[in-house]
Design a protein around this ligand. Structure first.
Ligand SMILES: [Zn+2]
Length: 64
């Protein structure tokens, strides 16, 4: 199989393609707590930041 990891900023769309999952809706996105970047939900309570990788919300709902 070809190695397509040469692009460092492939983005979350490639992650979803790799998982054969549908693209997330706006409801399935959050801002990364570390950098505020757009992070789509990959599954359950896990989100994916282009810079920090997967992360989970800290302790329930945060205001804002
Ligand atoms: Zn981040």
């Amino acid at each position: 199989m070809p190695d397509e990891r040469s692009s460092p900023s492939a983005g979350w769309r490639e992650v979803y393609r790799a998982m054969d999952a549908p693209e997330p809706t706006d409801e399935d996105r959050r801002d990364c707590p570390d950098c505020g970047d757009d992070s789509p939900r990959v599954r359950g309570d896990t989100y994916w930041c282009p810079k920090h990788g997967t992360w989970r919300p800290r302790g329930g709902e945060a205001a804002g």
